[in-house]
Design a protein around this ligand. Sequence first.
Ligand SMILES: [Fe+2]
Ligand SMILES: [Fe+2]
Length: 267
Amino acid sequence: MRVLFLGDVVASAGKAVIQAFVPEMRKSENLTFVIANGENVAGGLGIDEKSAVDLFQSGVDLITGGNHSWDKREIAEFMARDRRVLRPANFPDDPQFPVPGKGHAVLEGPNCRLGVLNLMGRVHMDPLDDPFAVGSRWVDWFDSHDINCILVDFHAEASSEKQAFAHYVAGRVSAVVGSHTHVQTADERLLLGPSGAKTAYITDAGMTGPYDSVIGMKKEKSIQRFLSKMPQRYEPAEGMPGLHGVIIDIDDRNGEATAIRRISRFL
Ligand SMILES: [Fe+2]
Ligand SMILES: [Fe+2]
C-alpha cells in the first residue's frame, strides 16, 4: 500500500492546497490512504465539523490531532459519531471523566488494512500519559487483531522524543511520522528494528498551510508578540499555500516499510 501523510493543516490555505493537489495525487501517485493532521484546520485553532468534512471531501481518509484537538469543543460531539477524527491516544483514561473520541483507527482498503495511532509527546508540552507505554500497548492491540501495517502520528515538540519513540517501536510498526512543529525535517529514512524489519520515519512531516507566515499565523502578530511580550490574538495567514508531507510505501504482506519520500508542493 501507499500512504500519504500530510503535516499539520492550517486554516483555509491548508484546505485549499489539499483540494488542489490531493484528488489528483490520489490517482497519479496511486495512493491507498491519505491521512492529515488537522489540529489547526479550523482557522488555525482546532478542528470543527465543517473543516473535517471539507478535508474528507478533498480526499483525506483520516484526520489526526494533537495539543490543539480541543480548541473547538464541539468536535467532541462529531468524534462520537464519526471515527475518522482522532485525538492523541495517551489522554488520561479515567472512567469518571472520560475523554471524547479515540486515538486509534483501522482504515480498510481494497485488500489491505492500516492501523493508525495518534500519540502526543510530553517534552515542552502538556504531559499526558506516557506515550511510550500507551503506544506499545496499542501496537500489541493491532498485532492481536492481525493488523501488521501500522502508522503512528507522534505529535511532539522535541525531535529527541520523536526519534526515541521511533527507535523504540522500530520493526514493530510500518511508520512513525512526526507532526506539530509545522516545519518539515530532512531526515526521512528507514529504521531497522531488532529483527531487521524496516520502519519509515521522519521527525516532522511539515505544514500544509500558508508559508508566508510564522508557523501558519500572520507574521506581524507573531513579531509583535516577541517584541512586546504581550499576548496576541493569532490570525491565520493566507499567502503561499503549500502542501508538505511524506509518501510511504508499505509491503502489505508483512507491514514493513519499503520507502519514504518527502512531498512539497505550492499553489
Ligand atoms: Fe499544529
Ligand atoms: Fe500541535
